[in-house]
Ligand binder design. Structure first.
Ligand code: SAM
Length: 294
């Protein structure tokens, strides 16, 4: 209340730290006002405009190779331990990036918390992005309790571990051994007993996982279509497949999807990727296909 009053009168001194003295709170002002007393205040570090960065746990990822900007970020964000620069785009089978440490601890590993769930991640060995946290919540809210779920490209487990809250079981596959190792740690970190990590090429999952599931997650946006037949084999009729893709038009994958037994398909914009491409998720309800499902 007092602080707001001082701001309104334009006499709050923002360069110093407010401090407690006995039962009083001392607020620094820029000039003498009636009833003010003289006192010493600690100077706050100079406020600077920070360069843009993505924040995951204790790590900041900068878009530019800017060591001075990295040092500023580290000094002004006490929760961070490392600032990285991504030297490459997402590449290779494991969808990882190459990073260089610009400031702080020499590591690409950190712990990230999403809606109370803890994830141990290591960005140089296994893919992780916080950008789909909203999608994970959306799908969790769509679920009914007791669903059987398959996450075909599970990485370190963010979808699998989130959806485990309502699922009876989640089979979580990935081809990257480091991702599966981190996922296994994350399963115990979150004290879960209903997530089963599977180290495998997703194409083989229908031959590995017993029976069919109610919900399938396909998060391999650059190359998901070749795995659609496996997803349909894994999904029971009436079940839902969430297929993430990188597209230039929302209906880009519709013809391919409709080559399978489909009851309905709902495309949804997820986020922009570049000026002419964006992430979309197709929520596909599988139709009846007695020949395929016997
Ligand atoms: N779902 C995770 C997430 O949201 O953080 C990871 C998604 S990442 C875009 C794709 C994952 O698919 C990577 O962890 C990669 O190792 C894995 N992957 C790539 N090709 C695969 C394949 N043929 N079979 C199984 N996993 C694969």
């Amino acid at each position: 209340m007092v602080r707001r009053h001082l701001i309104a009168r334009d006499i709050l001194d923002r360069s110093c730290r407010i401090r407690a003295e006995g039962e009083y709170l001392l607020i620094p002002v820029t000039r003498m006002v009636s009833e003010a007393v003289c006192g010493d205040f600690e100077c706050l570090p100079e406020q600077k405009d920070l360069a843009r960065f993505e924040h995951i746990g204790g790590i900041a990822i900068m878009q530019d190779d800017d060591p001075a900007g990295a040092a500023d970020i580290l000094s002004m964000r006490p929760g961070l331990h490392t600032v990285l620069y991504a030297e490459s785009a997402v590449t290779g089978l494991f969808r990882t990036k190459q990073f260089r440490v610009l400031a702080g601890e020499d590591t690409t590993a950190t712990e990230y918390i999403e809606y109370g769930r803890r994830f141990r991640i290591d960005l140089s060995v296994a893919y992780f992005s916080a950008r789909l946290s909203g999608e994970r919540q959306r799908i969790l809210h769509l679920m009914n309790t007791g669903e059987r779920v398959v996450d075909m490209f599970a990485g370190v487990g963010p979808f699998a571990i989130t959806l485990a809250e309502k699922a009876s079981v989640v089979f979580a596959g990935d081809i990257n051994p480091d991702a599966v190792l981190l996922m296994t740690r994350n399963i115990s970190l979150n004290r879960l007993r209903n997530v089963i990590p599977v180290l495998s090429d997703a194409i083989h999952l229908p031959d590995i996982i017993p029976g069919q599931a109610v919900r399938i997650i396909m998060n391999l946006p650059l190359d998901t279509i070749p795995f659609l037949a496996a997803a349909f084999r894994l999904c029971r009729p009436g079940g839902m497949i969430h297929l993430y893709a990188l597209v230039s038009a929302e209906d880009e994958c519709m013809n391919t999807i409709h080559a399978f037994p489909v009851r309905s398909v709902q495309p949804r914009f997820v986020r922009s990727y570049s000026p002419d491409r964006f992430h979309v998720v197709y929520d596909i309800i599988k139709g009846d296909d007695p020949v395929q499902d016997v």
